[in-house]
Design a protein around this ligand. Structure first.
Ligand code: AMP
Ligand code: MG
Length: 400
C-alpha cells in the first residue's frame, strides 16, 4: 500500500492547467483568471449621493433649522446640470450625481416641506453621504490578480468596470465510463445478477458540482474491445476520463488490462478505507482516473484523488479540501486495523457553541451508498484509532 499523499502527488504531477481561453464574463463563473484585471475606469464613476434628500450648501444649514428654496429634483441616471446657489436646495435621489455648488446632503428624514420650500431640521456635514468617484475602485487599479477564482461578486465587479471578456482557464471536460456486465441503466426489471448503474450519474453530478464539464460515456461490458473503444473515444473527446469498476483483483477486471495496453498506468493500493484500489495514468496524453467500482469507494476516490487533479487542470492554486476539526457526537467508531486511514461518512453540523459536531450516517461498507448520500463530510480517522464521544478529529467538509 502507498500513502494517500504519494498517490495525490502522482496525480498532480500529471495534471496541468489547461490553456487559457477568453470568455464573456457571463460564462466565467467558477473559472480561474489567468491575467490580472485592471480597471479602465473609476467606480463609482462620478460623485453621487448615498441617501435620498436634498443637496445643499453646508454653510446654509449650519444653524438649522433653515429654510431653502427647492430648485428642482434629480433622479439617479440623470446629469447634474444645475448649480446650487446660496439658499437653494436640490431634491436628490440615491445614486444621482452630486450637483455643483452643493457640498452636503440633508437626508430626507431630517427635512420637512412647507409652502414649496424645504425646512432642513439638522445641520448637514460637508461630504457626508456623498460617495466619491473611485471610492470603490480607481481607474488603473488592479482589481483582481491572476489566479483569482471568479465568484458571483467578482463578476459583478467586472461588470461595474466595463470588462466584457476575461482570460480564464477553461473547465476540464471529463468523460465518465461505467464498466461491468452486471450494470443496467435506469428502471425496469432486474435480471438475475444485475444491478443498476449508480456510479455514472453520481460521478457526473460530482463533476457538475465542482464546475467541471462531464461527458457521459455510458456503460462498457466486461469485454476488452468494448472497454478499449469507450476509452479511446473518451480521450479523443475529453480532457480526462474517469472509469469506475474493473480495477481490482477480479478475473474480469479488464479495465486494467486495456489501460495497461493503451496507456501508461500506475496501479495502486492506496492506504485508505474505502477506495483502496486506484489507477492513474495517461492515455494518449490525457489523464485517466481508474476509480473502484464500489459506489462509496468511487465517490471517496473522486473526492481525494480525482478532484484535486481536475482542480489543478482547472487552474486552482488550492486543490485540496482544508480539513477542519470536528467533534464526535455519537458513540464513535474504530479506525481500520490494517494501516489504512478511514474516511468515515458523517453528518457535520455546527453546535450552539460553534464547534463542528459530527455523527456517523450509518453503514460504513464501501457498497453502502445510502450513508454516503446522507453524509456531508468525511471524518479522517487514523489507523488503529478508536474515537468516542467528545474526541476531536480532522473532517473534510463536502458540502455545507
Ligand atoms: P469491480 O471494481 O468492477 O469489481 O466492482 C466492485 C463492486 O462495485 C461490484 O459489486 C460491482 O457490481 C459494483 N459496481 C461497479 N460498478 C458499479 C456502478 N457503476 N454502479 C453501481 N455499482 C457498481
Ligand atoms: Mg466489475
Amino acid at each position: 500500500m502507498i500513502p494517500l499523499d504519494d498517490a495525490q502527488a502522482e496525480v498532480l504531477a500529471s495534471c496541468h492547467p489547461k490553456d487559457p481561453v477568453t470568455v464573456d464574463v457571463a460564462e466565467a463563473l467558477g473559472r480561474v483568471l489567468v491575467e490580472p484585471v485592471v480597471s479602465p475606469e473609476p467606480v463609482p464613476p462620478f460623485p453621487n449621493t448615498a441617501m435620498d434628500g436634498y443637496a445643499v450648501r453646508a454653510a446654509d444649514v449650519a444653524d438649522a433649522p433653515a429654510r431653502l428654496k427647492i430648485i428642482g429634483t434629480l433622479a439617479a441616471g440623470h446629469a447634474a446640470d444645475t448649480t446650487i446657489g446660496p439658499g437653494q436646495a436640490l431634491r436628490i435621489m440615491t445614486g444621482a450625481p452630486f450637483p455643483p455648488g452643493a457640498d452636503a446632503i440633508a437626508i430626507v428624514e431630517t427635512t420637512r416641506v412647507e409652502d414649496g420650500e424645504v425646512v432642513v431640521l439638522a445641520p448637514a456635514k460637508a461630504g457626508e453621504h456623498v460617495r466619491a468617484a473611485g471610492e470603490d475602485i480607481q481607474a488603473g487599479q488592479e482589481v483582481f490578480p491572476a489566479g483569482e477564482l471568479l465568484t458571483p461578486g467578482h463578476l459583478g465587479v467586472l461588470c461595474s468596470v466595463g470588462c466584457k471578456r476575461v482570460s480564464v482557464v477553461p473547465a476540464p471536460v471529463v468523460g465518465v465510463l461505467s464498466t461491468g456486465d452486471e450494470l443496467i441503466d435506469g428502471g425496469g426489471a432486474l435480471q438475475p445478477g444485475q444491478i443498476r448503474d449508480s456510479n455514472r450519474l453520481t460521478l457526473i453530478s460530482l463533476l457538475k458540482r465542482d464546475g467541471f464539464v462531464p461527458v457521459d460515456l455510458g456503460i462498457a461490458r466486461d469485454v476488452e474491445q468494448e472497454i478499449e473503444d469507450a476509452l479511446k473515444g473518451g480521450v479523443a473527446r475529453c480532457d480526462a476520463v474517469m472509469t469506475s469498476g474493473g480495477v481490482s483483483m477480479g478475473d474480469f477486471d479488464y479495465v486494467k488490462a486495456v489501460l495497461d495496453r493503451i496507456g501508461q498506468m500506475h496501479w495502486m493500493q492506496v492506504a485508505i478505507r474505502p477506495a483502496k484500489p486506484f489507477a492513474f495514468g495517461l492515455v494518449a496524453g490525457r489523464p485517466v482516473f481508474g476509480l473502484p467500482g464500489n459506489p462509496v469507494s468511487s465517490m471517496v476516490s473522486y473526492e481525494v484523488l480525482a478532484r484535486p487533479g481536475l482542480r489543478r487542470m482547472a487552474g486552482f492554486a488550492e486543490v485540496f479540501r482544508i480539513p477542519i476539526t470536528g467533534v464526535v457526537d455519537d458513540e464513535g467508531w474504530r479506525g481500520a486495523r490494517d494501516g489504512r486511514t478511514s474516511f468515515v461518512r458523517v453528518r457535520a453540523r455546527f453546535g450552539d457553541d460553534g464547534r463542528l459536531m459530527v455523527t456517523s450516517t450509518g453503514g460504513q461498507g464501501s457498497h453502502q451508498l445510502h450513508a454516503m448520500a446522507l453524509a456531508n463530510a468525511l471524518a479522517v480517522t487514523p489507523p488503529d484509532v478508536t474515537v468516542t464521544q467528545g474526541d476531536a478529529l480532522p473532517v473534510l467538509l463536502l458540502s455545507a
